[in-house]
Design a protein around this ligand. Structure first.
Ligand code: GCB
Length: 599
């Protein structure tokens, strides 16, 4: 069984990779009758649906756009003749939120969790040198025992409605590419690298997971030339005068892993790695033992038309915009993104705080309001659903770390966003989550989580678990909105209370921002106007200067993004520094000036 492999697909001498993206067949199944009625053999009626994309963006009627429940996808593909000693696997980048996979009418796999990849072995169900029918039963209901958390209401007419305890639209569908893979039966399943920097050399500790007893051969190449080579599932490669990876010079080595038996190469996997260390020491975040200040954004995978479906042009534009205004970091709020974001960040020298989809762990339909203004204690971590939720949380942590652990861009794991942290139940829950992440990450990267306003210094039970604090704060928006003077006073007061705890760890602001309409100008600046957004950020930057323990500022949000319908959301969340079509609001220029002035 190789089902845990998180390696990104590739095509090489030993592995083949065919992408099955395109227009698939699609059908809703509100009565959940498809399985009984034989839909795994083919959908009786359908519309055509692009893959990858969120289905919601393709419909012009509100019932379809807001649909919650079961729905189906189908495609056909031709499979070559089977090669000896190979396995045939289908790899799904993400299917939101849960699915069953059928091949030629047979159930071949199932998966829960809409933001991480999974593999399905199709050896037994596949028809080789023939056409094959791939059918997926997907479901996008929300509950408190899954990530992200929410609830599903059944209306009197039987319609299901998803209520996320989070502030982004419950976009659903096949959001990332589907790969048809032929892999050697004896193969490499995963690998991990970590680094020790010594004078004029680096030690690359490499661990390879495989069920094969063939010899593992690992080679590092620098600019195409051999830099180091070793053998064994666990070994140290010594690189003399290493070319380190950092934000200004994101140098990548090539790593080549091989399985060799009797002089025959059974499997081969090539990747790019960056040699760098990341650590927290006192109030500093250290990249290669030098302090680094985080500048950038909380983001979403979100765009009109594609919804949450990955699109290269959007990702490329986002990187261009972030680079233009001097950013060096982003948080993958509130879930792990498509792997291509991390590959691009590795190449362009961006730092990533990688977030597990643990959002909405507070019973509130409008989490952002509770987060702003003294939300009530909801006893979230005392519920009987918590053990099931925790199991999924740990699974997501495991999959995220195994998937992303070798990206030099990934500098920290964010293990939650704004849970209800004020109870001992929350502490016990997250203690296990943090211990687990530390245990399985070979690099033992810093772990953190984003705290909302009710996680006050006097009440919070979880701040002692993190390596650096991440604060989401909305002084001047949800608190003292429209009165930046009062907002500043309250903000300084809270910061001073945190400072008084002498935590001696870095503070990073992972959210601060205000909704701003790209076409509204007002003098003097008032809420929702471009002028207000500029003044809002200027106030924050002034305060940050007085607290040297603050080592990062990630603005909320990079761009306007879609949310559920709500009285406080005008065509979605408008806190973007860029509009949803990625054009700068006025504040983008303030950020550019400010970030370019910080080394
Ligand atoms: C938050 C949440 C984020 C929301 C944001 C807002 O605290 O973490 O998901 O979008 O506030 O704009 O209200």
């Amino acid at each position: 069984m190789h089902k845990d492999s998180m390696l990104y697909p590739q095509r090489n001498q030993k592995r083949s990779d065919t992408i099955l993206d395109g227009l698939w067949k699609f059908s809703f199944d509100p009565a959940s009758c498809g399985e009984k009625e034989g839909w795994p053999n083919g959908l009786p009626s359908f519309v055509k649906m692009p893959v990858p994309a969120s289905f919601q963006e393709m419909f012009t009627d509100i019932q379809s756009r807001e649909y919650c429940g079961d729905y189906w996808y189908e495609t056909d593909f031709y499979l070559d003749e089977k090669k000896e000693n190979t396995d045939t696997v289908i790899r799904f980048g993400s299917v939101t939120h849960r699915c069953k996979v059928f091949l030629n009418g047979k159930l071949v796999g199932q998966h829960e969790g809409g933001f991480l990849p999974f593999n399905v072995d199709i050896n037994d169900a596949a028809k080789y040198d023939d056409e094959n029918k791939l059918v997926l039963l997907v479901n996008n209901e929300l509950s408190e025992e899954m990530l992200p958390c929410g609830a599903t209401e059944v209306k009197p007419d039987g319609r299901k409605v998803a209520h996320g305890y989070f502030d982004f639209f419950n976009y659903s569908g096949i959001h990332r590419s589907v790969h048809l893979l032929t892999l050697p039966a004896e193969r490499i399943d995963n690998y991990a690298v970590s680094f020790t920097l010594e004078e004029n050399r680096a030690v690359v500790h490499c661990t390879v997971e495989t069920e094969s007893n063939a010899q593992v051969v690992i080679a590092l190449k620098q600019d195409g030339k051999a830099a180091a080579q070793e053998q064994g599932k666990e070994c140290d490669l010594i690189v003399e005068n290493p070319h380190l990876w950092d934000t200004k010079d994101p140098y990548l080595y090539e790593i080549e892993l091989q399985l060799v038996k009797d002089n025959e190469v059974l499997d081969l996997y090539r990747d790019k790695i960056g040699i760098r260390t990341i650590a927290v020491k006192g109030t500093k975040i250290l990249l290669n033992n030098k302090p680094v200040y985080l500048k950038g954004y909380g983001k979403h995978e979100d765009a009109s038309m594609f919804g949450r479906g990955f699109n290269y042009a959007i990702a490329a534009r986002d990187f261009a915009c972030m680079k233009w205004n001097g950013a060096n970091c982003f948080r993958t709020s509130h879930y792990p993104y498509d792997e291509k974001w991390y590959q691009m960040a590795d190449e362009q020298g961006f730092l990533i705080i990688d977030e597990v989809p643990a959002v909405g762990m507070m019973r509130s339909m409008h989490n952002y309001v509770a987060a702003g203004s003294g939300g009530k204690y909801t006893g979230f971590f005392e519920s009987e659903t918590v053990p099931r939720l925790k199991k999924r949380h740990l699974e997501a942590v495991k999959d995220m770390i195994r998937r992303d652990q070798n990206h030099p861009s990934v500098i920290a794991w964010s293990l939650f966003n704004e849970p209800e942290t004020t109870s001992t139940y929350a502490h016990a829950y997250f203690k296990d989550v943090f211990d687990y992440a530390k245990k399985i990450d070979q690099q033992v990267r810093p772990c953190t989580g984003a705290f909302e306003k009710n996680s006050k210094p006097e009440l919070c039970q979880c701040y002692m678990l993190v390596d650096f604090m991440c604060f989401n704060r909305y002084y001047g928006w949800y608190i003292s909105g429209g009165d930046l003077k009062e907002a500043e006073e309250k903000f300084r007061d809270e910061l001073s209370r945190w400072r008084a705890k002498n935590l001696n760890i870095p503070f990073v602001f992972t959210e601060f921002g205000c909704d701003t309409l790209g076409d509204v100008h007002e003098l003097p600046g008032r809420m929702w106007s471009q002028e207000y957004q500029r003044e809002y950020y200027e106030m924050y930057f002034k305060v940050f200067r007085d607290y040297p323990e603050i080592q990062g500022e990630l603005v909320w949000n990079f761009a306007d993004f879609m949310t559920g319908q709500a009285i406080m959301r005008v065509g979605g969340n408008r806190k973007g520094v860029f509009t949803r079509d990625r054009q700068p609001k006025d504040a983008a220029y303030i950020l550019k000036q400010h970030w370019e002035s910080i080394e």
